[in-house]
Design a protein around this ligand. Sequence first.
Ligand SMILES: [Zn+2]
Ligand SMILES: [Zn+2]
Length: 348
Amino acid sequence: MAVIPSLIIASIQISSHYLFFKDGKDQTTLSILAVLVWGSYYLAIYTPPGTPPKGYRIDRTVSPQKTWYKYCTKCKQDKPERTHHCKTCKQCVLRMDHHCPWTMNCVGHENMPHFIRFLVWVLVATSYTFWNLSSKLAQYYTNRHLPAYLFNTKDVFLVIATALLSFFVLFTIGILFIRTFFSLTTNETTIENWERERIQTQFYTEKFWIKIRNNYRIIHGKSLPTLTSWKSNYRELKPDSNIPPNFSYDDLIFPYDTNSAFQNLCSALGPVYLWLWPWGRPREDGIHFTNVNEDEDQLNLPWPPDGSNFESQSQEQTVSSWSNQLGETLDDFGVDVSTEPYESSKYI
Ligand SMILES: [Zn+2]
Ligand SMILES: [Zn+2]
C-alpha cells in the first residue's frame, strides 16, 4: 500500500479544505484538484506497465538479433528492446522507466502517461495550496502586533505545518517530475538516462572500446570502420589504442531520439491533446522502435552499445556495480540486474 504518500496527500487536502472553510473561501478549485490527484493516482497504481506477449520471441533471421539479443532468464523468453525485468513486479516491463515505490507499480510503456499526469496534478494542487497558505502566513506576519486573542493558535500551527508539508511535496515531486520529463524530451527512460551517464564516464577508456569493437564484430561480422567526428578532437592516444582518435561522446547517437523534443514527448505520452486526458496513452506498441538516426549512427549497435555485458573476470566496474553521481545503481530503479546482459553464442 502506498500508505505514506496517501497520508501526506490526504493530510494536505483535509487541512487546506478545513482552513479554506474557516476563512469562508470558495473550495471548488481545491475539490476539483483533489479529484484529479486521486483519479490519476488510482490509474497510475492500477494500470499495468505493459509486458511482452507470452512466449515472445524476436525474429532471429534479421541482424542484429540473429547474433545478439536479450533473453530474460526469469521469464524464459526474449526481451524486446528497451525492456527490463523488474525484481519487484517479477515480470518483464516494456520500455521500463523505473519501479516506483510511490505507486507500488512499475512505470513503463503503458502507464508512463498516467504517472506523468499524477505528478502534474500533485504539483498543481500542492502549488495552489502552498500559494494560499503562504499568503495566509504573510497576513499573520503583517498582523503580528495585533492582540494575541485575535489569533487561533491551533490554526496558525496548522497553516505552518501544512505549508511545510506542501513545500516538501513540491520539492521532492518537483525533482522527480523534472528528471522524468527532461529525459522524455530526448526519448530516454530514467534507466536509459542512467545508461548514458555510465557510457559517458567510460567513453574514452580502452575497456569501453574493446567491448564496442567486439560487439561490432559479433553483430556486423567485420571490424569497426574508421569513425569520423563532426568536431575536432585533440586527444593524444597511445599508438595501439582501441579508442578512435576522431570520435567524441557528442558523436554517439541515442537511437530513439527523434531530434525533436515534441516528437519525443508524443512518443511516450501520446498525441498532445491527450496528454492531460485521463486515459490518454502512447500510440506505439512498446515492442517495436525505429532508429530514425540510422544514417548518422556510425556505431550502429543496439542500445546500450557496450551490451550491458559483465566482465566478471576483470577488476572493472560491472554494469551492476556502476553508480552515477547521485549514487544510483541499476538496482535502484528496480531492475533485476542478472537478466541484463545480451545473449550471444559468439560473445567472449
Ligand atoms: Zn523477465
Ligand atoms: Zn516493478
